[in-house]
Design a protein around this ligand. Sequence first.
Ligand SMILES: Cc1cc2nc3c(=O)[nH]c(=O)nc-3n(C[C@H](O)[C@H](O)[C@H](O)COP(=O)(O)OP(=O)(O)OC[C@H]3O[C@@H](n4cnc5c(N)ncnc54)[C@H](O)[C@@H]3O)c2cc1C
Length: 450
Amino acid sequence: MRERQDVILGGGLSGMTAAWTLQQAGEDHWQIYEKEERVGGLARSVAVDGYLFDHGPHILFTIDAEMEALIRDLLGDNFHAQERQAFIYHHAHDLYTRFPFQAHLYGLPVPLVRECLVELVRAVQRFERGEFQPRNYEEWMRGVFGDGISDRLMIPYARKIWTIEPSEMEFSWIGRRVPTPDYERIIAGALTDDVAQVGATSSFWYPRTGAIEPLPRALGARLKNVHLQRRALRIELPAKQVVFSDGAVVPFDHLLFSLPLPSIPRLFTGVPPEVERACAALKYQGIYCINIGVDRPDVSDKHWVYFYEEPFPFHRLSFPATFSPDTVPPGKSSIATEVAFSQWRPLDRDTAVERTLDALKLAKILHPDDRIDLIHTEEIQPAYVIYDLDHAKNVGLIRTWLREHGIWNIGRFGEWQYFNMDHSMRSGKTAAEEILRSRPGSAPLGYNPP
Ligand SMILES: Cc1cc2nc3c(=O)[nH]c(=O)nc-3n(C[C@H](O)[C@H](O)[C@H](O)COP(=O)(O)OP(=O)(O)OC[C@H]3O[C@@H](n4cnc5c(N)ncnc54)[C@H](O)[C@@H]3O)c2cc1C
């Protein structure tokens, strides 16, 4: 029998998918440790006075066929597909347009639409002259959408969510996260409202009942070796053992680490100075999820709305009852707002709540006579990894060092990437498969350090 086991730290979706992969391969020499009293991490939901809130509404969508199959299997009858009803609010024009802005200019004042289209043509001309060589996210937006769309919406919105200038960010993370309709589609969307939806989330899934938590709960229920309320306090190298807050010491063969990379200097012994420096240089922002219960049905028929203008502290708000009526008591509604903050744009919780309530009235979402049942605020930190210009270099250096010690960093904060739930699950599965392949007698490990 092997003396050391594989240890998975963190019972979020990435850690549990790694565990499920090992279990499915017939392995039993692994243990998963979670500091909270229930699994799920960021994909848990919070129940308050009959309302259910996610940590920022968590919708499901993926192009990963294996993860889709797993998600469908886990949710069973609770799986529910929906067509997106997402909008942009324009306070200056007192109207909503469909998301994404760049594909639905129709309805905005004609001079603004004309400016956006003229600048789009200029961007296309620059592209055709071979002048599209963006060095940062701002240049990428200007090159793809033109200065009109960029200045009017994309850049103000980017500042709001990322809390730093988009010129200080790289753009490798964009993938399907920023919809990039071609110019013919942008022009069509400026002429008529009668156009098909675009983007990765144009249809999405959300459980019929229980908000998002039934997904991680179902995965956790399948796993054998789950240890709850076990907080890792220290990871000792080169001894390769984890010390828990109850004093238990668990030696590991491989470690799957889904905790945030910036916590490494605090958690690990034997961290080289260059790894400490790389961890300290990682950037992130936080989110206040300010959730509001309203004593009125049907506050909105929209799923979610984006805000880019100054008076609004939140960049997005959602109406959970439109995802699933099960998230509110009968006859009630709720509003889930997301407000970004960081060391570059500090904001205390009370001010965020106060400004949010004022802004909801300004946007006429809350009425003056509305009765607020509850205000529940969750602070998530880190919430979004910031892709500053040194992101790839720092993450690569940390990962290389971890692998030298048999440690696989997994998940949104372990890999330190803009991972949705499906990506985090895939990350756990990939790491577990690499570990399985590294066993004596298996095919050689395919990992090549960057
Ligand atoms: C505001 C917001 C909105 C989002 N919306 C969506 C969405 O709509 N759709 C989507 O697909 N994805 C969304 N995501 C992303 C999604 O939440 C993540 O990709 C996914 O849940 C991350 O899973 P994980 O296992 O990597 O990390 P986590 O969920 O962070 O899991 C890590 C686990 O480690 C545990 N832990 C921490 N420290 C210790 C310790 N010392 N010892 C033991 N355990 C510890 C934590 O308690 C946690 O359970 C959103 C994220 C945010 C922040």
